[in-house]
Design a protein around this ligand. Structure first.
Ligand code: DP6
Length: 315
């Protein structure tokens, strides 16, 4: 029986995707740029079966989103039987890392194998985008840019800079009792903020500055731009028609602490996605000192370190 297994790593956006120009196709309002991480990944196997089914971390799980994705593939490439999707998620969901990015990137790679589609990374990125926007970037290792494009054909990610520039991310796992707002819903609301179009325009400028900073391996510039872009994204959530906030008190405390560290001369900047958790951007030379300080000041919070990781891997 044909079975294909693929591993994909999650990615963290330094320039965020936070808004859709086309909801059905996941065409974003902004281009985004991310670093794929080495530590956190999803491994997915696919094989034909009687019906679409998802086994996630050994548990039979609601397959609605996977089924919708497979239906999209059937419409595009001709129908095929049901698919048994078996997935192991090595992403601490408590850390608010987007497991949808690594999940849909891994599922895309595995389905390309099963359907014997040509291993064209651009087409894989387009297809992964349909599952979850951020998954378009997890097809690639190191730094990837997702050019927003204007339709299905022109919206895909590509490798931007395939080198490790010694950027480190310290991931703080803050648990939250707060009800989760999905990123799909969160961005839909954020787009109603009166300041949203200004954030979109600024983001386009920041993308170009970010590309230059990465080419120069200038971690301070990278951190300053990423931090401003992420805090601006969260500001839209607070200014929209139904204001909401992913930040908790711990989020605020870690942001304040990180900014104190920067004032004291350490490379330390924050980026935050659709949850309370903070990723601290620093470099390889600073990570140990910073990690020790964070652990000392926040003994109840778990911190992990991640570096740049690779793109899709067939196992
Ligand atoms: C805050 O890719 O999860 O992590 O396309 O609706 O599945 P959907 O959204 P998703 O959004 C990720 C948003 C973000 C920023 C980013 O990764 O760029």
């Amino acid at each position: 029986m044909n079975e294909f297994t693929v591993r994909a790593h999650t990615n963290i956006a330094l320039i965020k995707y936070w808004g859709k120009a086309d909801v059905a196709l996941n065409i974003p309002t902004t281009s985004s740029l991310s670093m794929t991480l080495d530590q956190f990944y999803t491994t997915t196997s696919v094989t034909f079966a009687e019906q679409d089914q998802l086994i996630l971390n050994g548990v039979n799980t609601d397959a609605t989103r996977v089924h919708q994705f497979l239906e999209m593939l059937r419409a595009k490439h001709g129908t095929f039987p049901g698919v048994l999707v078996t997935s192991e998620n090595h992403v601490p969901t408590a850390a608010g890392l987007a497991s949808s990015a690594s999940s849909f990137a891994a599922l895309t790679g595995a389905m390309f194998g099963l359907l014997e589609l040509p291993a064209d990374l651009t087409e894989m990125s387009r297809i992964a985008r349909r599952g979850s926007g951020s998954a378009s970037r997890s097809v690639f290792g190191n730094f990837a840019v997702w050019n927003k494009g204007e339709d299905d054909a022109s919206s895909y990610a590509e490798s931007f800079y395939d080198e490790d520039i010694h950027l480190s991310m310290i991931v703080a796992e803050i648990s939250s009792a707060q009800k989760k707002m999905s990123s799909t819903r969160g961005m839909q609301l954020a787009q109603t903020a009166p300041t949203y179009s200004a954030w979109v325009e600024k983001s386009a400028r920041q993308l170009e500055e970010m590309k230059n900073a990465i080419r120069q391996a200038d971690i301070e510039k990278i951190g300053l731009i990423a931090q401003d872009n992420a805090l601006g994204m969260h500001e839209q959530n607070r200014l929209c028609v139904e204001p909401f906030d992913y930040f908790t008190e711990d989020t605020q405390r870690i942001i304040a602490f990180t900014q104190e560290c920067y004032k004291a001369g350490l490379l330390a900047f924050v980026t935050i996605d659709a949850g309370p958790n903070v990723k601290i951007i620093t470099d390889r030379a600073t990570e140990k000192v910073l990690l020790a300080k964070l652990r000392e000041n926040f003994p109840d919070i778990t911190f992990d370190i991640a570096h740049a990781g690779g793109g899709l891997e067939y196992l």
